[in-house]
Design a protein. Structure first.
Lengths: 336, 328, 336, 328
């Protein structure tokens, strides 16, 4: 067990996989000599040399595509998309090429690559550098999607992602890079398995990324007895764990940092509502961001993603009244 | 040795096999066109008539363990590299026996043993992938090369620029070869592109480049051989522009009525099959009776192929669910 | 009232808007001289000249971005992305630039542009030319998303989209281009309003694009009395119309051509399940594609998108048993 | 006339105003840096120290109704074009009084009356947008031009290539100006790009191009004026590479320790402010006491600005919900 920051856990995972497997290579913008804009590749150039750790030009399409090609030739590239938004200039290679290669080659080629990308709000990076954007990669058969929520999952899930024989989108909420946590480097986590972080019986709270931490605090504030599930993998998500939990608690709250309209939480709420029809005590609900671009000003951004007080208010109301609470922007009447 | 590799070996060893394969491709495309017209094939298709010299040059000059990232205009390169007519036609007809089991179709041919990566239907799709394959070879110090093929119109996509730059700065063993067949879909290249000699774009990346007569397999092979040598010996990438011409329309529905008068005929007088034929006749390796015999054989073989493939089974419904996720 | 093909209705809408408003301009690959790969700009170059109707290089990022810039200067560009997949090389300009311009300019600039794109399966175009991909543009505040389902909506919704002061993603299921229908050129449709196409009381069926037609046939086959709603606008979708209908019928079926995991129908099912909790007779369900890339072979592709027999089977089962039916690939046990 | 436009007129009319504005920008960036360091500002910021000549050349040479698509490195061009220090600082501090009401931040400045499009934080974001603005001007036969600014590293993004090609083939009245400040983030340009003179890339598009000393506003203006003339008279786009240097790190956290020894100092000896100063002194428009006075004023003004802006109100919570959807 070691205490480390999330960014260090990422470095450690990369280091351990690179040590074990010479086919693991890294590239991205300023990840080598500068050790990464978020210091997530500290020491790796020095340890593994310039062949395996490379700085790229500002060419996301080219280097994402290069990862596809290298992976098809048996390497395991781990590339860094500095801010998730930059996939907007390179999405083709991930969704339309990488995800379909195994299929289109009749199973002959596979694409064991990992695309790491920082995402989400909270640090004052503005509308074009703060989105979550899971939708861009969701609903793409052939592509797995994973999000870290703490140092342990950073370490264990990134290792699992690198070991995967399929392309994996690995999302790293930027706001967590500096967070500390204890890491057991022997702990394995499986892609496709949710993490049941906390046990309770009144409500199931499902979250991903930093919303896991927000939800944890919110649950504590309410004093309500809750199952807290870190979904961790969005594709393919762990239907069993979620269904089992909600079958027990009979209430579901999804806490997500994505827009009220169209966010990934709809998938969870819809599936559970359909499957457990007639068995729930309260409507399954989502706590999300409002339908707005991420605002810069701290006065606004601090309320953009669900806060623990908003989450605790909604959980409390749901459990007490068995009715769907309204989001804060409706309650406060500020969205019109 | 599987049939595909055997067929590859043929074109790597014998000049006559180039000619034979070109005839096979031409007949293949002719019949595919007819099958489409008759409704026997669905979807779309992009014929390579006029561009066979480039396909054969690539297939016969690269080693078996080199790889090729090609496009939706894939039949010629697939057959040249060694795919059998059966497996290509079956793929185009969506049969279980197709080289991708029928899930790919005309735009997506593939064969790993030949180094034919799944061909991409997205403009610019294969260019960075080829760079990445070359990166793997470079890191592992293998003397293999990757090659990306694409058309003239594709030199206007961002991926072209980024891939060329990346390949150049990393000195990757990759060859970019542009089949300049004068048209991108229905647009003549001059409508979309302010320069004529596309190979000059390599200057932006300090990358060696060359223009070559794409109707003459000997010339294309020479240029390719130099580029391959350079790549294998650590000299990095090369950009080759092969001047060819698309004898057919862009895809099946297209009659290509937009061509300036006489343009097609001018280029047809330099049909790559004719050029090869003349070479071989001059070299004493071919005569007119042999030509007639080979042409007849190509027609016959394709008849047999069609007959066979038409009886091949469709994929079973569970084929749709296979090969989505690789397993360790 | 005129009888025309969907592609002709598109031409007519473009022509009428271009006649009314000189700021409407068109560009895209082969849309001018060749009149469009799907013949959706027939006669327009001739009528409006080469300044307003332009062929572009194969440069989706550049011409999508050019539309953004032209729109900001007061033009109304309508651009064509031949196959929706090609947005994978240009998504940045639509989602990260166009959709946020009004916000980031404090309301000073607006971006009245329309991106037309053909999408969906059914014609044997294979995995990279047959996807629906609504997710790429969903959940993007500032960007509207519309899908035509017949000649009338092609005409009326395209006109509405061009009149919109915001960027609009206008989706055209390719398989419908040749379909005929009668078109009233005086009929206005509003973006954001669903179309209630058929009235019934046992179930509400919500669909979009060609699935509207599939659903209509399916309903007929079942003999069940159903509300059929063409959602038409995905962003912002018409919550009122859907809620009103389901409040009445107490059953909801969403028929969508997008993957079972992550498809847009989750939004509808989740929202309705939450809002009408305890008021439904049966679980709200989705009928979707399986989680596979679009296969080429006719033997496979013919079953990829929901068929009318699959839809009618599921609707019947839902109405009869008030339980969620299993999709065909589970029933037949072919997906493993 | 609003203050912003008045400020724009100043730099369009007087050489001394260029110098004054450069001092203002330099002091602005110095104080922004300090405010970041002190924690008074959140997020990130990209200073333009060393690049002021290009900003002023653009602002003073373009007409008021021309438009500029710039980047996250936006403070200098914003101030040069006429935004007040208050409105820029307020934006950077997320105040309601910011030029984008505080929702934008350091990377997103905007002012329609000045023709400053919302600056983009995406590499390559503004390049096609500028082409599109120019397209509008061309179609409406207005004699306006659009200009896109970007850095050296940004010439490796696909959007650069596509935009240049589109601008060239359509002969759009657009000017592409590359601030080659030697670095893209922490990477020296030679690490990512195989050629040194980036303007040569315009050859791929048969586009006129020029390299210019970016530290000398007079030279940049001359080059720009030619390009603008060409654009206004229907001659199409131009690519200008201004050789400059980034005196600061890439963004606030960056100490730029990766610079080769002496490089910064070499460039600092050609500080654009110094170069302008020398020009003006030589022309008799400035002397050392005036210099001292102007510098002191810049410092004083910025102090006032900071004091004022710090007291400005935060946006109200409903600001988050405004301006998402335009209404007719
Ligand atoms: C990103 C993208 N944009 C557009 C298309 C549609 N498209 C298919 S082929 C083609 C023309 C390509 O022309 P060229 O590069 O000259 O190749 P050729 O077809 O002549 O072999 C176009 C525009 C596509 N497949 N991908
Ligand atoms: C598509 C995209 N990729 C990467 C980035 C991250 N990024 C921001 S600034 C920058 C360096 C740009 O360098 P250059 O073009 O030289 O401009 P400069 O910052 O020197 O003005 C990078 C890589 C981005 N904003 N957008
Ligand atoms: Mg071509
Ligand atoms: Mg730079």
């Amino acid at each position: 067990m070691a205490d480390m920051r999330v960014r260090q856990a990422i470095v450690q995972a990369l280091k351990d996989e690179m040590t074990n497997d010479p086919s693991v290579i890294l590239f991205g913008e300023d990840i080598a000599a500068a050790e990464g804009p978020f210091k997530t590749s500290e020491g790796l150039l020095e340890q593994f040399g310039p062949d395996r750790v490379r700085d790229t030009p500002i060419s996301e399409m080219a280097f994402t595509g290069a990862a596809v090609g290298a992976a098809m030739m048996g390497m395991k590239p781990v590339i860094e998309i500095m801010f998730m938004e930059f996939l907007g200039v390179a999405l083709d290679q991930l969704v339309t090429e990488a995800a379909k290669m195994h299929y289109l080659s009749n199973g002959e080629y596979s694409v064991p690559m990992v695309v790491r990308a920082s995402n989400a709000s909270g640090l004052g990076f503005g509308s074009q550098h703060s989105q979550t954007l899971e939708n861009w990669v969701n609903a793409t058969p052939g592509l797995k999607v994973v999000t870290l929520s703490d140092a342990q999952s950073a370490y264990s899930l990134l290792r699992a992602a690198i070991a995967e024989p399929n392309p994996v989108m690995f999302l790293e909420p930027r706001i967590l890079y500096a967070e500390r946590g204890s890491v057991d480097t022997n702990l394995k986590m499986e892609i496709g398995k949710a993490r049941l972080l906390q046990n309770g019986d009144q409500v199931t709270v499902v979250a991903m990324g930093n919303m896991v931490n927000v939800a944890r605090n919110a649950i504590k504030e309410t004093g309500i007895s809750a199952d807290l599930i870190d979904l961790a993998t969005l594709v393919p998500w762990d239907r069993d764990t979620v269904l089992n939990s909600v079958s027990k608690t009979k209430r579901l709250v999804v806490v997500e940092e994505s827009p009220f309209s169209g966010g990934w939480g709809n998938e969870i709420v819809a599936y559970v509502s359909t499957q457990l029809f007639g068995k729930l005590l309260a409507p399954a609900i989502r706590i999300s961001t409002p339908d707005v671009p991420v605002p810069f000003s701290g006065a606004l951004e601090s309320r953009f993603a669900p806060t623990s007080s908003e989450v605790s208010r909604q959980i409390k109301e749901l459990v007490e009244k068995n009715q769907a609470p309204k989001p804060w922007w409706i309650v406060e009447g500020v969205s019109k | 040795m599987n049939t595909a590799i055997q067929r590859r070996e043929e074109v790597r060893k014998s000049e006559l096999a180039w000619y034979e394969r070109m005839l096979e491709i031409r007949e293949f495309e002719t019949q595919v066109n007819a099958l489409f017209a008759s409704g026997a094939i669905r979807g779309t298709t992009h014929l390579c008539n006029g561009q066979e010299a480039v396909d054969l040059a690539i297939a016969s000059t690269l080693n078996n363990d080199d790889v090729v990232a090609a496009t939706y205009r894939s039949h010629g390169i697939g057959l040249a590299m060694g795919l059998t007519s059966e497996s290509v036609l079956a793929e185009i007809m969506g049969k279980a026996t197709g080289c991708a089991g029928g899930v790919g179709g005309s735009m997506h041919l593939c064969n790993k043993s030949l180094g034919l990566l799944p061909t991409s239907a997205i403009i610019g799709g294969g260019m960075p992938i080829a760079a990445g394959a070359a990166l793997a070879f470079q890191i592992r110090k293998e003397k293999r090369v990757a090659l990306a093929m694409f058309g003239d119109g594709s030199t206007n996509i961002g991926s072209f620029h980024e891939s060329m730059n990346l390949a150049a700065i990393w000195k990757l063993p990759v060859i970019y070869i542009c089949d300049n067949n004068v048209y991108g879909e229905y647009s003549r290249i001059n409508i979309t592109t302010p320069i004529e000699d596309l190979h000059m774009r390599a200057e932006s990346y300090a990358m060696p480049h060359e223009k070559v007569d794409g109707m003459d397999i000997y010339k294309v092979k020479e240029s390719l051989a130099n580029a391959i040598d350079r790549a294998r010996s650590g000299g990095g990438p090369t950009f080759i522009e092969a001047k060819t011409y698309r004898f057919s329309g862009h895809s099946r529905a297209d009659q290509a009525l937009y061509r300036p008068e006489g343009e097609l005929e001018k280029w047809q007088s330099r049909d790559p099959i004719l050029v090869t034929e003349n070479h071989l006749i001059k070299a004493g390796k071919l005569d007119s009776s042999k030509v007639a015999e080979m042409k007849a054989k190509a027609v016959k073989d394709m008849e047999t192929t069609i007959e066979k493939v038409q009886k091949d089974p469709d994929p079973q419904i569970n084929a749709m669910f296979k090969n989505i996720w690789a397993v360790k």
